[in-house]
Design a protein around this ligand. Sequence first.
Ligand SMILES: [Fe+2]
Ligand SMILES: [Fe+2]
Length: 375
Amino acid sequence: MSAHPTGTPTSPRDGHHDIELPPGGAEERVPSAFPTVFSWDYNIRHEELLRLYEKGKTLQWNASTDIDWSIDVDPERLTQEELDIADVILGLPERLDLPRRRALDHHFNGWLLSQFLHGEQGALLATAQIVNTVPWTEGKFYAANQVADEARHVEVYRRYLTEKLGVSYPVNRHLHTLLDQIISDSRWDMIYLGMQIMVEGLALAAFGLMRFTAANEPLIQQITSYVMRDEARHVAFGVLSLQDLYTKEMTSTELKEREEFVIEATMLMRDRLLMEDIWPRLGLDAKLWLPWSLHTPFMVGFRQILFSKIVPNLKRLGLLTPRVRKTFAELQILEFESYPDSTEESETAMPPALMAFFTRMQAAGVQFPGLALTA
Ligand SMILES: [Fe+2]
Ligand SMILES: [Fe+2]
């Protein structure tokens, strides 16, 4: 594989870029011990799940032919003027000359899209497990359909990173921990909760933001709109599948385990967003940049926004328990509980403060904030 430890990317125009590997290497085996469930009565128990399955079948798309891969992507396209305006708002901790500032932007994009890629692989493996473990026939139908969706998502991000962007990152250690935890769980509802509600819920909010943050990159816009169409369905399926189970069938001990998991996963996902992988690759001082990513108002707001889809969905599932509420209040994400959940509204709502930010940027002539703050 090609390694570019100093942050010099392979120009995508040079040809193929290999995805960077994690310390453990190219292959990782995670043991799992879940029971595979036959459903011999073939009864349909949930009509609304069957409707989503039908919808999934009619909304299939082909990543090779529906996306215009001939679109040229210049990952370091931003001008000094655009970056200057953006940096006032972003409050970067030090001034970088134009090549380094462009490299920073390029690496942000590469890092974020790489995490999307790894998350999509997690979703692919998790959904394949759900085919086996969910006890309902219509659940198996739907999950099988989703396996094809997730394969397509891995396909598009892989192709974008290897052919267009030329900078990639291994799976972030916090995301890695979360994915391993989800994939090795023996309970099908935990796989759903972790992947469909938490990981994909965050991705859905991030994709929604991408419409603004990468407004002048038409290829990623095409990819994002197709992927989002699938993800909205996936998150809705997760909510519909789990709500009866969590609100009517589970014991309080069982629910307590789900509550613990939600809190732990929230912490891992928040920590994933500190971007600490980037600084050493670019030769930037982590002592300067880590506090920036932790405390700058824009970054704080940005991290909160990414939970805008997860919180109302957890509420719908009855998992916004006093303990979860307390944690969410501390993280300042509890306010999203009043937002529409994924069964009511598939779009990502943009909170007014962030909408105002992007409107200000656009009014200043910037279509792109100069930091691909998109995941
Ligand atoms: Fe996906
Ligand atoms: Fe998905």
